[in-house]
Design a binder for this molecule. Structure first.
Ligand code: NAD
Length: 236
């Protein structure tokens, strides 16, 4: 495929692109995320029920992300290199909360589900870079209130971030790629339909296996992203 014929390439990434960097995907086969029930650690109700548990869960994810073993893989790098050389417009929408796209050098990133290395004040909604742990006695940098911070993560039941920019990109693109996403989390699972039907974009999914919404795509490329994504960008 000749990629230079495209005017605006939009890529949606999910947890699968970071799997080969050592970060587990969302749902294991038993339906748990890192041994926790999703409703306990990824919903506002779970946070209200047990702030300590939720903070500890994201502390662990943050520590793991900052550990030397976790690095961008060849799929993250291929996307960043493509963006740097592409003459058209490139938009990277990610559901991931890790910072591996940023570390690989991607520039035009939309982190629609928040960022692990940020926390938010529960009173003012101010956002802060955060690399440490959060406990019930951690004072919020803006209001000084202990326990006044939450992870800057979009949980189930909350509105994803930057939806206007995302909608605008989807309606404008002519190539849409979805990489390592199960097609089970909404609204991200609908993006292919907007790109395909509203913008008439060509749509391709990269996954290990058929995703829940595989039939919405024109084309599928199966295999581990760190192999298939670099191959796609070098061969095309
Ligand atoms: P998901 O876990 O529901 O699905 C991951 C998909 O990636 C699956 O379809 C799987 O077959 C595929 N996959 C696994 N390994 C792969 C590989 N090596 N190459 C290609 N594909 C591979 O993930 P999702 O669709 O992104 O939705 C989960 C939600 O969980 C997101 O909202 C995200 O915010 C959050 N999450 C983020 C991270 C992260 O930041 N790295 C990790 C776990 C969960």
């Amino acid at each position: 495929m000749e990629l230079n014929k495209y005017r605006h390439v939009v890529v949606l990434t999910g947890a699968g692109i970071s799997a080969e960097s050592g970060i587990k995907t969302f749902r294991d086969q038993d339906g748990l995320w890192e041994n926790h029930k999703i409703e306990d650690v990824a919903t506002p109700q779970g946070f209200l029920r047990n702030k300590t548990l939720v903070n500890q869960f994201y502390d662990q994810r943050r520590r793991q992300l900052l550990s030397p073993e976790v690095k961008p893989n060849l799929a993250h790098v291929a996307l960043a290199e493509f963006e740097a050389n592409f003459k058209g417009k490139f938009t990277l929408i990610t559901q991931n909360v890790d910072n591996l796209h940023q570390r690989a050098g991607s520039k035009n990133i939309i982190p629609m589900h928040g960022e692990l290395l940020k926390v938010r004040c529960l009173r003012t909604d101010k956002i802060f870079e955060w690399h440490g742990d959060v406990t019930s006695s951690t004072p919020c940098p803006c209001c000084q209130k202990a326990g006044g911070l939450r992870p800057h993560i979009v949980w189930f039941g909350e509105m994803p971030l930057f939806m206007d920019e995302i909608e605008e990109s989807l309606r404008d693109c002519d190539l849409f790629l979805a990489i390592g996403t199960s097609g089970q989390v909404y609204p991200a699972a609908m993006f292919v339909q907007t790109a395909r039907h509203q913008a008439q974009a060509h749509t391709i999914e990269f996954n290990l296996e058929k995703s829940a919404n595989h039939s919405d795509f024109h084309q599928q490329i199966f295999g581990p992203a760190a192999t298939t994504v670099p191959l796609f960008f070098t061969r095309t």
